[in-house]
Design a protein. Sequence first.
Length: 256
Amino acid sequence: MTIGSCSDFHNQVMKHIATATPAALHVEDQMEAYEAAAETLASIVNRQRAFVSTKVLADTDRVRDNAVTIIIGTARMFRNSPVEEQSAAAELLYPQFSPYKGITKHEYSKQTAEVRGLLGVLDEEANREAAATLNLTGVIEALRTANATFETSITARTAEISERMPQSDLKSEDAVEVVNGLYKNIVQVVNAYAIVQPTEAINTFIENLNGTVSYYARIAGGSPSGSTAAEDGEDGGTTPGGGSQGGGDGSDDGEL
């Protein structure tokens, strides 16, 4: 059975318990741990696997790449301009861009630092004037905005990672084992009372849970284990955590 179906099974079990009431089933002392374990399992099933910031980072990095390409490419191209003012501006700027060769292919963190350095170079008065001569002022400001947005998004990304760390440490098989074990304990208690002190609430709970057990066993494609034949020749089913059969000795791992 998938972890998602297992989680849903335990959610249905808790609904049946709530309907009967833990007190009527004599399992009040076990419900807190069972509910917590089921909640942990559900959190793993619904664990977010993509980052909200991913698209923002990709889009913003594309803007940075385009801006840097235009800035460096313009300086390279205008070195050969027939307009002396333009060629002089380009000759001033282009050699200062040499540390940023291949910048658009660098990893996010390195490129962020390099763009910060490039903007520092372009903020120098002489370079700022040269960039204006090449009509690059608007592109430079777009680069500045994109880099600032990128840094903000990286901060958001690290916050997302920090929030997920406790959940990412959870192993699904461990969570399943815990919740199934607690479920078995509850079933054993209910089974015992069904033998020595049966009530309408207990019998109704057993009937409802046996139907749930059978349903999820069929979802899992499993075969019955420790259960009795149902009407019409069909067998009952097993559950992720097993159960016990009402009226038996309380040691079965099939249905109630």
